[in-house]
Design a binder for this molecule. Structure first.
Ligand code: ADP
Ligand code: MG
Length: 401
């Protein structure tokens, strides 16, 4: 595919010799779901799946953006003088948003650029292709325009700002942070309140991480996401009448249980219970992992799912079918919904010897119950966004004129 990407760049924009080649991963969150906007911890990792880009600076103020995944858009042409979100730009609003967010941080580009991208993150799987694309654009800009004033953490914040304010998705920092800061064979234990983080090696010698895509995405996703954020904010405000806290992430379960009645509304109590307990589970899961207790880590993943299903109510029938099926397969260490909810994917840790059985039995039973196939991806944990080597022959050998 890298060859095709290079060929496409040459076809559309000519000479590739002075272009750069970049990669930015997708991510999966192992545990710590819906905690990132509640001042809690998350534990995600970057994947080897992601978005590739080839980009070159121009001499005028035009930007040309082309995705091989969405070629029906053709080359989206826009200008540095018109950094606005336009519906007809479609996917290109993501890279454009990053250019805009750079400008908001007093980093205006003096010229435009040409960029061709291709990604292998399954569409609609919740593995954060949008953050991957944003951070890809970010590292392209840092490199092409020789910008040194932003760290990778700054870049993650800029990309989140762009997704929040240019693309209207009120996401937390987890996705962009993971994509920017990922490390091969490590997950990132991130305190979303302080952005303090620590890498934790994931040494799964006899197990694999499997993402199962339910291939359903209920339309509630965005509205329910915003609703949950508001519910947590209300619960926090009630607790703040009694407690000196900044976020639900400041609480442990004992304190929460002692004070939860001030929230009054039983639904809000459940939402806050998830935010507090999930944060505690995430802290405990990382401890278990460090102690080599993968079984405990898996049990906490399962509890995370139950909490998301029953207290936070962001699962759905199809996803619960997948986790129920997974829990029944021997050799499954843990399985839970991952991502925003209401469809998307589960993440499971499965012993090597059970991987084939897992895919076969769950695949069959899911098709029978739901009426369509699920997709399975065995994923590897990779490094964060980076510039790639262009000394490889495919980047040079063809298309010279
Ligand atoms: P995700 O969970 O994958 O981030 P989103 O809905 O947030 O899902 O983002 C998906 C959107 O990101 C796509 O609809 C598209 O606009 C954009 N996108 C991601 N990857 C690509 C790509 N390779 N080419 C074009 N657009 C992409
Ligand atoms: Mg996204």
């Amino acid at each position: 595919m890298k060859e095709q990407l290079a060929a496409k760049f040459r076809e559309l924009f000519g000479n590739i010799e002075d272009a750069g080649f970049y990669f930015s991963p997708g991510r999966v969150n192992l545990i710590g779901e819906h905690t990132d906007y509640n001042g809690g911890h998350v534990f995600p990792c970057a994947l080897t799946l992601g978005t590739y880009g080839i980009a070159r600076k121009r001499t005028d103020r035009t930007m040309h953006l082309y995705s091989m995944n969405l070629d029906s858009f053709g080359v989206v042409e826009t200008s540095l003088d018109d950094l606005t979100n336009r519906q007809d730009y479609g996917w290109a609003n993501y890279p454009l948003g990053v250019v805009w967010a750079f400008a908001q941080r007093k980093c205006t580009l003096d010229t435009g650029f040409d960029m061709v991208i291709w990604g292998n993150i399954p569409d609609g799987s919740g593995l954060s292709s949008s953050a991957s694309l944003e951070v890809l654009t970010g590292i392209v800009l840092l490199d092409l325009f020789d910008i040194h004033k932003f760290s990778m953490t700054d870049l993650a914040l800029i990309c989140q700002y762009s997704e929040n304010n240019f693309n209207g998705c009120n996401c937390g920092i987890m996705d962009q942070f993971t994509v920017a800061m990922g490390k091969k064979n490590n997950a990132i234990f991130l305190d979303t309140a302080t952005l303090q983080y620590e890498y934790a090696p994931i040494e799964l010698e006899d197990a694999k991480i499997i993402i199962t895509n339910s291939k359903v995405k209920h339309s509630l996703v965005d509205s329910k996401y915003n609703e949950r954020r508001q519910e947590c904010a209300k619960a926090l405000a009630a607790l703040q009448q009694e407690l000196d806290i900044n976020s639900l992430g400041n609480l442990n379960m004992d304190t929460f249980d002692k004070f939860k009645e001030v929230i009054k509304d039983p639904v809000l109590i459940k939402r806050a219970k998830h935010a507090v307990s999930e944060n505690q589970r995430t802290i405990e899961a990382v401890k278990a992992l460090k102690a080599g207790d993968i079984a405990r880590f898996g049990a906490l993943m399962n509890q995370s799912h139950i909490s998301l299903r029953d207290d936070y109510e962001v699962s759905c029938e199809e996803i619960d079918i997948l986790t129920d099926l997974a829990w029944a397969v021997s050799g499954v260490i843990g399985s839970r919904i991952t991502g925003g909810g209401f469809g998307g994917c589960t993440v499971s840790i499965v012993k090597n010897h059970s991987v084939d059985t897992f895919i076969e039995t769950i695949g069959k039973a899911y098709r029978k119950k739901v009426g369509h196939d699920a997709d399975f991806y065995t994923v590897d944990i990779g490094d964060g966004a980076r510039k790639l080597d262009t000394s490889q022959p495919f980047f040079h050998s063809e298309g010279r004129d």
